[in-house]
Write a protein that binds this ligand. Sequence first.
Ligand code: AHM
Ligand code: MG
Length: 349
Amino acid sequence: MAPSPEFIELSNNNITDKSLDRDCTTLSRHVLQQFESFSPQAQDLSALMSRIALAGKLVARRLSHAGLMEGVLGFTGDVNVQGESVQKMDIYANDVFISVFKQSGLVCRLASEEMEKPYYIPENCPIGRYTLLYDPIDGSSNTDTNLSLGSIFAIRQQEGDDLDGEAKDLLTDGRKQIAAGYILYGPSTMLVYTIGKGVHSFTLDPSLGEFILTEENIQIPAHGSVYSVNEGNFWQWDESIREYIRYVHRTEGYTARYSGAMVSDIHRILVQGGVFLYPGILPKPEGKLRLLYESAPLAFVIEQAGGRATTGLVDILDIVPKKLHQRTPLIIGSKKDVAKVESFIQNGH
Ligand code: AHM
Ligand code: MG
């Protein structure tokens, strides 16, 4: 007997159930869908993103238990290559990324904020043509107070054979990044990524252990009310930045938000618009943030979402670094808000 029209309608409704469809859009499936075929590159990127997601889940799990376990919080007593005190979580997260990529076969080198030189995985090098650049814990000072943190990542294709082990091919502009994004450890854990085909966000569903699609093709608003900057540095900034902040103070419609973790601050700006600034200070005109694994990946994400990232004089993605841990001033966010800061830097108003 043929099924009744009501039965067919009921079945179709079930099959196209939106929540089910959403639950099935996992990160790895989404990456594959970005490509038109199951090409080797599509499969590589899907595998790489799955590994990054696994690292994010491991870090999130540890953070969620941090207050209940011995030896997770606090400082190690060491100072990293940047001259900053190292937290135990920085080391744990740094090692997590190494560990998950050791098993991937795809990544020969990893370079991070916590390691003076790139880390090589020799067994992967004959076939692993990708390099992972990452900041394992962004906003480390938030760790011990249970506030938002992030991880930042970028993937680049290795160019040449790197026979001297100096990874000089990494000293190229940010347009060479083939994927970039961040993981935000907030009330829920989110992963935001781009492979140059828009920006997409995922939320970790702990019951499934999967990152599930939250929003596709995110577009940053052209203008937003938020300005995000550490105003404690006011008297150490160049006069042009001070003038911009004075302009914000006397203009209606601005509101300040600064969490101490830029992944968190920039995520807010991605969704709601506005501008994040970490300018140079007089004793350190290059600022605090590192180009290759902090500013450039976030610049790739924000440009892909229709925003901008600049030092005030040059686009972040056009900077060719001279060294691995090079720092850069960063002004990033909505097009109109970034342009406003730029006009103070370039024209004084
Ligand atoms: P980190 O990776 O060592 O944590 O440094 C980066 C962080 C950013 O997340 C944040 O915006 C900035 O440093 C905060 O620095 P400051 O305390 O100087 O405002
Ligand atoms: Mg950092």
